[in-house]
Design a protein around this ligand. Structure first.
Ligand code: UDP
Ligand code: MG
Length: 323
């Protein structure tokens, strides 16, 4: 059984060499051959040069380098496409996903599980982020059709058939947590300690996280649209009740002209709600816009993956487009 390890890297020059060494040390005793698939996500530092050195010094190391930063989702997709293993592990380059856990993953995989998922505790995370995450997962699981679990990231092992299933999903807006959950197959989750990043810095700013969260909400369901519909109906009912009350009041007590504040509040509130709902619709239209363009998810500027393999993939890609 060949095991591929997919590693997205974006500006990881400080740690990538050490990462490779650790993986080589840890997985030499695995009892299975291991292939490494590094994806350089348009780094502006020496990441690519280091990857090329690594690839030259040892066999079974592939690298794919993007023409610019396309994001981790695209990098993972490229890694999965270029992995030839019977099982694939996706792992961060910053050693937050301890390589020694792969032993456990392989053992569980051999018991017949298609997806072996590491679930990290949130120890050492900032309290605000932990609370935000908890609230977010409660909300999202009420909304989306697939089940998403807090603490579960991209660190997991996938069987060949689940990798192939994920690769069949060619959508442009990729939300891997959802995609992995969507393909299904047998899953097992195990807990692991939260490791703190040793070198370099996280690439997630608050706004990036917020947008990622929104993507998750919007890319897996159309329930926000349904919510807009209900909210509209609710507002209509409130307005009708209120107007009935005003008319009744006028009949009983006579007409009183003022009502300036009520008018203004109602007007601005309604304008706000309307704009928000247009925004929701706009989000979906925007997604359609990107999907119909059918642009590639990434562009490769350098790679050592055999041209033959690349050619097959291109052919498969074209077939998918034709279908
Ligand atoms: N990464 C990437 N492209 C990006 C951002 C991040 O390939 O645009 C990679 C990064 O090199 C790392 C992994 O994704 O291997 C996770 O990134 P990071 O450690 O910054 O995220 P965190 O662990 O804080 O969630
Ligand atoms: Mg990290």
């Amino acid at each position: 059984m060949l095991i591929s390890i997919v590693v997205p890297c974006f500006n990881e020059e400080e740690i990538i060499g050490r990462f490779h060494q650790r993986v080589a040390e840890e997985l030499g005793s695995l009892g299975h051959p291991v292939e490494l698939v590094y994806v350089d996500d348009g780094s502006s530092d020496r990441t690519l040069a280091i990857l090329q050195e690594i690839a030259e010094s040892g066999p079974r190391t592939r690298y794919v380098s993007f023409s610019r930063n396309f994001g981790k989702e695209a990098a993972m997709l490229a890694g999965l496409r270029n992995a030839s293993g019977d099982a694939v592990v996706i792992m961060d380059a910053d050693l937050q996903h301890p390589p020694e856990l792969v032993h456990r993953m392989v053992a569980l995989h051999e018991q017949g599980f298609d997806q072996v998922i590491a679930r990290r505790t949130r120890k050492g995370d900032r309290v605000t982020r932990t609370l935000a995450a908890r609230a977010y997962y409660r909300l999202i699981n009420r909304l989306v059709d697939v089940e998403l679990v807090d603490g579960v990231g991209d660190f997991r092992m996938l069987s060949r058939r689940s990798v192939d299933a994920v690769l069949e999903l060619t959508e442009y807006n990729r939300f891997s947590k959802g995609l992995f959950a969507w393909v299904g197959f047998s899953k097992v989750t195990f807990e692991c300690e939260n490791a703190v990043r040793e070198e370099g810095s996280t690439k997630w700013s608050f706004s990036k996280l917020l947008n990622y969260g929104l993507d998750g909400l919007l890319s897996f369901n159309d329930k926000p649209l349904r919510a807009a519909l209900y909210l509209g109906l609710l507002l209509l009912a409130v307005a009708m009740a209120y107007s009935a009350w005003i008319v009744g009041d006028a009949v009983v007590n006579g007409v009183e002209t003022p009502g300036y504040v009520t008018l203004l509040v109602a007007l601005t509130a309604l304008a706000g709600v309307q704009m928000m709902m247009i925004g929701v619709v706009g989000e979906y239209v925007g997604r359609i816009y990107y999907e119909v363009k059918r642009r590639p998810h990434f562009l490769v500027q350098a790679t050592n993956v055999e041209t033959a393999a690349a050619a097959t993939q291109q052919r498969q890609g074209r077939e998918l487009v034709r279908r």
